[in-house]
Design a protein around this ligand. Structure first.
Ligand SMILES: Cc1cc2nc3c(=O)[nH]c(=O)nc-3n(C[C@H](O)[C@H](O)[C@H](O)COP(=O)(O)OP(=O)(O)OC[C@H]3O[C@@H](n4cnc5c(N)ncnc54)[C@H](O)[C@@H]3O)c2cc1C
Length: 291
């Protein structure tokens, strides 16, 4: 690692002041599960490391005005186990449960996994399918940004160097909505996904037809991807195997995976189709069961 100065503010205000002072020379350290590896690989060489370890009050779970609010410093394990997450947005608890191992989940934070912006991670796809927002805070104030507008490239987001990701805001699903996250893990249970697909489906309780749906895919592009053409095919339709097949083919069209140790680009594209179909089928089934 390079030499750096280590700062450990005790309040959010102190952390924001340090970020303001040091800007691009500083890096935030939350759980450290991604950043420390990147520093050891000398991919990131901060002059100043600002640890959030001593900052209190940013690991909350709250519900307010139809929104589930997760503090940025909440760990994956705490999010996975929190009763409001499990009961109100179970697909999110399930997604955090499928990240790596308990050891990693006990350290990795909700904000860190989004700020890191690795498209192979699991929570970004599910949060995108849930239409989540992130709250970014700086000394200038705060702004809420749709996750759909947050990621720009591999490891790149719209966050400014003086901003902290302080909260993730998830709209509570409407009645008669089902959701699923399907992670394809051909190597080991604690690996990153070869493909990860999150889907939500809201049905008309009288007819069972799809009223609205969202599909988001991880590991198949430089950012997590939505599949708007596939979603349009489903709205207003009754569920049939042929329709799910058609939607899966449309979703494949937006993928642009790279070949790596988890599979060739062609294989990942094929698996994206399979897992879009599975996630939609599960979400639709769950929605119908709620009627
Ligand atoms: C062995 C291993 C296996 C893994 N497997 C999976 C997996 O299966 N699925 C998966 O989804 N992920 C997986 N991960 C990735 C893991 O989820 C991420 O490393 C983790 O989410 C990052 O969170 P963190 O709190 O540790 O962030 P850190 O490592 O502390 O920080 C990551 C980046 O985010 C920035 N940052 C952190 N917090 C904030 C904030 N509040 N505001 C602004 N910027 C911030 C940091 O400056 C840094 O650039 C794995 C990681 C490891 C080491």
């Amino acid at each position: 690692m390079n030499a750096f100065s280590y700062r450990a503010p005790e309040t959010l205000e102190e952390a924001l002041t340090l970020l303001h002072e040091h800007g691009e020379d500083a890096k935030i350290l939350a759980g450290g599960t991604a950043l420390i590896i990147m520093m050891k690989q000398r991919l990131v060489l901060p002059d100043v490391l600002i640890s959030l370890d001593r900052v209190r009050g940013l690991d909350f779970v709250a519900q307010e005005d139809g929104v589930l609010r997760l503090g940025g410093l909440l760990t994956h394990r705490a999010a996975e186990l929190a009763s409001p997450v499990r009961t109100r947005v179970p697909v999110l608890a399930d997604t955090y449960h499928h990240v790596a191992t308990i050891r990693i989940r006990n350290m990795a934070t909700v904000a860190g996994s989004l700020a890191h912006a690795d498209p192979n991670q699991d929570p970004p796809a599910t949060l995108l399918a849930l239409d989540a927002q992130v709250r970014l805070t700086s000394m200038q104030g705060q702004r809420d940004v749709a996750l759909a507008d947050f990621f720009t490239d591999y490891y790149e987001t719209i966050m400014q160097p003086d901003e902290l990701l302080t909260e993730v805001r998830v709209p509570l699903p409407q009645p008669h909505t089902g959701s699923a996250y399907c992670k394809f893990l051909p190597r080991s249970a604690d690996d990153y996904a070869t493909v990860g697909v999150a889907a939500t489906v809201r049905v008309n309780p009288a007819t069972g037809a799809c009223e609205d749906c969202r599909i988001a895919m991880g590991s198949v592009g430089v950012t997590p991807l939505r599949a708007p053409a596939a979603e349009n095919l489903l709205r207003g339709q009754q569920r049939t195997d042929a329709l799910l097949q058609e939607a899966a083919a449309a979703a494949q069209q937006v993928t642009d995976p790279i070949s790596d140790t988890r599979g060739s680009a062609d294989y990942k594209r094929a698996m994206a189709g399979v897992f879009v179909r599975r996630a939609l089928a599960q979400a639709w089934q769950q929605a119908l069961a709620s009627v």
